[in-house]
Ligand binder design. Sequence first.
Ligand code: ADP
Ligand code: GN1
Ligand code: MG
Length: 364
Amino acid sequence: MSNSLFSELVNKFDINLNINEIKAFGNGHINDTYLVRTLPEEAPNYILQRKNHKIFKDVEGMMNNIVIATSHIRNQLVAAGETEVDRKVMTYYPAKDGKMFVNDDEGNFWTLFLFISDSQGVENIQKPEQAYSAARAFGHFQFQLSDLPGEQLIETIPNFHNGISRFNDFKTAIANDAAGRVSDNQLLINKIIERSENMTSIQKWLNDKILPLRITHNDTKINNVLFDKDGNTLCIIDLDTVMPGSALYDFGDAIRTIGNKAPEDEPDLKKIIFNQEIYEAFAKGYLSEAKTFLTPLEIESLPFSCRYMAWEQAMRFLADYLNGDTYYKTDYPGHNLVRALAQIRYLEVLEENREVMEAIVKEG
Ligand code: ADP
Ligand code: GN1
Ligand code: MG
């Protein structure tokens, strides 16, 4: 898209900006993110983000969730006398027509929010202290939303972490065999199927109301926490999937990304190693915030949630590969298969480390 088209989009928002440049930013698998730099140098910068409306089918409802959640947190911060509110919670801007997005001529949905200056997202956590702080930030985020009535929020992607419906989608992908890739991947497919009975238990507990439904983030990749330059956490970002869910998904997904010494698409399976030190720091940080509101079953199931999220993610990547790569952005042919193989290997590694993971959570 040309600079003038970008500027045209930004001008539809209810904010006057003197744009210096707009450039691609970030490396998510779903949305497209652009940094809007403004003049003078010291003025705030912004992020323009195209929401993937093929995946988020109700962008208006999603933005409504985000406004409800961020306003709720903002009110708490103001009431507590917090001075740097705009660095502790996301600030989204409305369009001139009052909506929280603008549409372009092709029907895409664009949103604008404040770029939190002097902040950084971390792709690979190396230090246990960072894991401890990030865990506290995610736990605190759940706490901040714990008194918000869940009925106000929609499911931005229905059944997002529902293991039963994800497994049904997976079986459909196998039955359709749209890309003719099933027969070559039977071994991997079986690794998912043989664990399905056990893995769908979180959803069964939610259905039976044995587990509480909370308002959770649902995409707790570690790069969704912003740190300041001194390593303190600032704010939780990427709020597209804030909706009713289980606290277990947030814990498990964070460990999926940082409890593994290798990235989620590591092709060399020997490099996929459990990072016990980071897991321990994350578990301790999370529990220091969340112990007060989690139920005993939730606490006891934290190690299981890590295995669940690895299984779910392996299944999602593999289903996408079998469907012909229609969901995730990929960098090369076969990328989704590499991701699925890496996630299954990580699941096996977590299974090997089950006892130590349970012992760490018991210690609190
Ligand atoms: P995606 O859904 O594609 O992961 P994000 O909303 O997480 O997109 O944004 C992509 C990247 O942009 C983040 O990982 C982070 O580095 C940066 N980013 C996002 N929001 C902010 C913000 N409010 N302030 C500063 N940087 C941000
Ligand atoms: C997607 O957008 P991004 O990269 O933060 C996905 C997550 C997956 C993740 C795997 C809406 O997250 O659920 O865990 O990729 N988001 C959506 O890396 O599907
Ligand atoms: Mg993100």
